[in-house]
Write a protein that binds this ligand. Structure first.
Ligand code: ADP
Ligand code: MG
Length: 691
């Protein structure tokens, strides 16, 4: 993210002109204040000479030996080649540019100390154009230390970087320690000066591997500070947001709640009740709610959202529920209509595919406040949709939406006096490390319990060479009156190709399973047809549903007990877990077949193994994070928020608790330090994107 950042211009440092300044910009260094946090990629050790017999190609090292041969070799390029030996091995020094001094001093019998990168050569290991000096036989041991080598870019040398960093480290402002000393002591972190000195100029005995791998306290101190700064920035944004406008107080409606719970035919789980209470407390306050409801697939988030919507309606406000796909919006619409209309609540549906007349009618009902609850896709926040009194926005499966879409919907409810409460529901269980950093602006509720009677889904991985066997499984399940899904996936391909693959698969399955009623849905099927197919599957009029990943989220057919997923190796674990969550929703023992195309890579095997072993979405998401990194898990849209300069969410996960514990108090008690830390690490642009 290119953020205009204030700070000290780089040209303030000696030796940096506009050209070098611009090149440093390519490294993300735009101010003097950035330099101290540009950490070395590796260190050159000039503190000791490596014996020639122990040299390894690729290393940059100091070495010493006696010249046993020196000659100018003619050829395509004339060069001076010297052979160095120390009894343990030998090394060739190659100079393409050489002068009188080379020839005079690099002669047989001379003792030289060289520094350079060791490379494989035609005869033996070489150094091309090493730094060199002739030393006496009784020369003192090398006086150098560990020299940092920084990530560089074309036109920027290590020397220039070293000088720039050294210059910046002398700027008191750039390296001012903003962490209160009590905090530093409490967290047992080194102070900033010590941390920076250790990182940029480690003492000879320093554990450079720990430094480079980020396990050293010096680096952890910097990572801590960075995570803290991001957390502070989000907290500050959140406070500003909540202070901007109050939300309407939403409370009451107990009679309707009771009536709905009665109609459901099941009791809420303890976890649902707890989250419901947490939400109710939020809604009853003027402070705008910003709450994330996390719950594994099938944990029953929808009914919790419906109860919140009822509360809004009871207070004379409207509620909007936004779903990521048409399919899911339709399903929510049917649920909400069945649940709420008998209670006298008017539920509307906004879809990109409504006829013009229906659309006009629906929009008028919303604008006049006649429709009290509205369900829709992103069509909800498009032009022309206006609300009379929007009090609550529910965003389902929020990781599918860009944050800006969430904002746009909130803005619709902003009538200049109040803004709506916001509830975000996700079934992608976000590991705490991510939740804290990517969603710090939200309170988090977790539905950590499944409704009673659910059987864990048994998962097996089968190569597609055994496809016929899998087809028989489908036949057997359906013969028992169960239903099955067959999911065709193609990653990084078009909706068109995916649709074609699904059509071909459906055709083949119809041939092999003539006794079954087979339906097909994919992204290219007309909305009304899709709805009809889904309705038929729900009603048990279809046995097998062939689908693309359009069915990934939310679809709920409890009688379906078998799912086949083709090419599972191409999908993320969280996504596979979501897909698998379509079965195991009723009381039958359900299974999921991962029909992979072998041979699998080691990572792919490990990933499918995680899925086989666990039904716990949180655990799976954690493993996914380890195996693939945060960007993949959240989708690329949100990765911008996860690019840290030094911190690494996975490596530094154990710092998160402390960061969280310290952030609030720091913002309250040391606002100036908080502002400075945000400036240092996040920049002034902050992360609007996260509001
Ligand atoms: P998700 O959290 O994945 O959105 P849903 O809200 O779709 O889950 O709920 C999954 C299924 O579980 C639905 O059929 C729903 O009616 C049912 N359900 C929800 N809560 C309970 C409960 N407390 N007891 C039994 N079934 C429930
Ligand atoms: Mg859902």
């Amino acid at each position: 993210m290119a953020v205009a950042r204030d700070g000290t211009p780089l040209e303030r440092l000696p030796g940096i002109g506009p050209r070098l300044g611009e090149r440093l910009g390519r490294l993300g260094i735009t101010r003097v204040e950035d330099l101290p946090f540009h950490l070395p990629l590796r260190y050159e050790d000039r503190s000791r000479c490596v014996r020639l017999g122990e040299l390894r190609p690729g290393e940059s090292v100091l070495a010493e030996g006696e010249i046993t041969a020196a000659e100018v070799v003619a050829g395509r390029r004339r060069r001076l080649v010297c052979r160095l030996a120390d009894g343990s091995g030998s090394l060739e020094l190659v100079f393409f540019h050489f002068f009188g001094a080379h020839r005079q001093r690099l002669t047989r019998g001379a003792r030289v100390r060289v520094f350079g990168e060791v490379r494989p050569g035609p005869v033996m290991l070489q150094m091309v154009h090493p730094e060199w000096e002739v030393v006496a036989a009784d020369a003192p041991p090398p006086a150098g230390g560990l020299t940092p080598c920084y990530p560089a870019t074309e036109g920027v040398t290590q020397q220039q970087l070293r000088r720039a960093v050294t210059g910046a480290l002398e700027s008191a402002e750039a390296v001012r320690d903003w962490l209160p000393s009590a905090l530093v002591q409490r967290q047992q972190l080194p102070d900033l000066a010590t941390a920076l000195a250790t990182v940029h100029a480690p003492p000879i005995e320093a554990d450079t591997r720990a430094l480079l791998e980020g396990r050293h306290p010096a680096v952890r101190r910097l990572a801590f500070e960075e995570l803290l700064a991001h957390r502070l920035s989000l907290l500050r944004l959140r406070r500003a947001h909540q202070a901007a406008r109050p939300a309407p107080v939403l409370a009451g409606g107990e009679d309707r709640h009771a009536a709905l719970l009665q109609r459901l035919g099941f009791a809420l789980t303890d976890a649902q009740s707890r989250v419901r209470r947490e939400i109710a407390a939020d809604l009853a306050s003027e402070q705008p709610t910003l709450r994330l409801v996390q719950g594994d697939v099938g944990s029953g988030k929808t009914v919790v959202a419906a109860l919140a919507a009822l509360t809004a309606v009871a207070s004379g406000h409207q509620a909007a529920v936004m779903a990521p796909t048409e399919l899911l919006a339709e399903q929510h619409f049917r649920n909400f209509r069945d649940w709420l209309e008998p209670l006298g609540v008017r539920v509307a549906w906004v879809s990109g595919r409504l006829s013009a007349a229906r659309r006009r009618e629906t929009l008028a009902a919303l604008a006049e406040g006649e429709a009290q609850v509205v369900i829709g896709t992103h069509a909800l926040f498009q032009e022309g949709v206006r609300f009379a009194r929007l009090g609550l926005v529910v965003v389902d499966e929020q990781h599918r939406f860009g944050v800006h879409q969430r904002l746009a919907l909130r803005d619709k409810g902003d009538d200049g006096r109040t803004q709506p409460h916001q509830l975000v529901m996700t079934a992608t269980p976000i590991p705490r490390t991510l939740a804290m950093t990517a969603y710090a602006d939200l309170d988090v509720s977790v539905i950590d319990e499944l409704p009673p009677g659910r059987q864990p889904v048994t998962t097996v991985a089968i190569p597609d060479s055994r496809r016929a066997e899998v087809v028989e499984r489908v036949r057997a399940a359906c013969a028992e009156g169960r239903q099955a899904y067959w999911v065709c996936t193609l990653v990084e391909s078009s909706e068109l190709l995916e649709a074609e693959a699904a059509e071909a698969t459906a055709e083949r399955l119809r041939e092999s399973l003539p006794e079954l009623r087979v339906g097909l849905v994919h992204g290219r099927v007309k909305a009304s047809d899709k709805e009809a197919v889904m309705a038929a599957f729900e009603a048990g009029e279809l046995d097998l549903l062939v689908a693309t990943t359009v069915i990934e989220v939310g679809v709920n057919v409890p009688n379906a007990s078998l799912m086949i997923i083709e090419n599972p190796e191409r999908l993320g674990l969280a996504q596979l877990h979501q897909l698998r969550g379509r079965v195991g929703r009723g009381d039958a023992q359900s299974s999921c077949v991962l029909l992979y195309h072998g041979p699998l890579t080691e990572t792919a095997r490990a990933r499918l193994g995680v899925l086989r072993e666990s039904n716990d979405g949180f655990r799976i998401a954690r493993r996914d994070l380890e195996l693939r990194g945060p960007g993949e898990l959240l989708g690329t849209r949100q990765t911008g928020a996860l690019e840290y300069r030094i911190a690494d969410l996975h490596r530094d996960a154990d710092l998160i608790d402390a960061v969280q514990a310290e952030a609030d108090a720091l913002l309250d008690d040391y606002p100036e330090a908080a502002a400075a830390l945000i400036r240092r690490w996040v920049g002034e642009g902050e992360r609007y994107a996260q509001v």
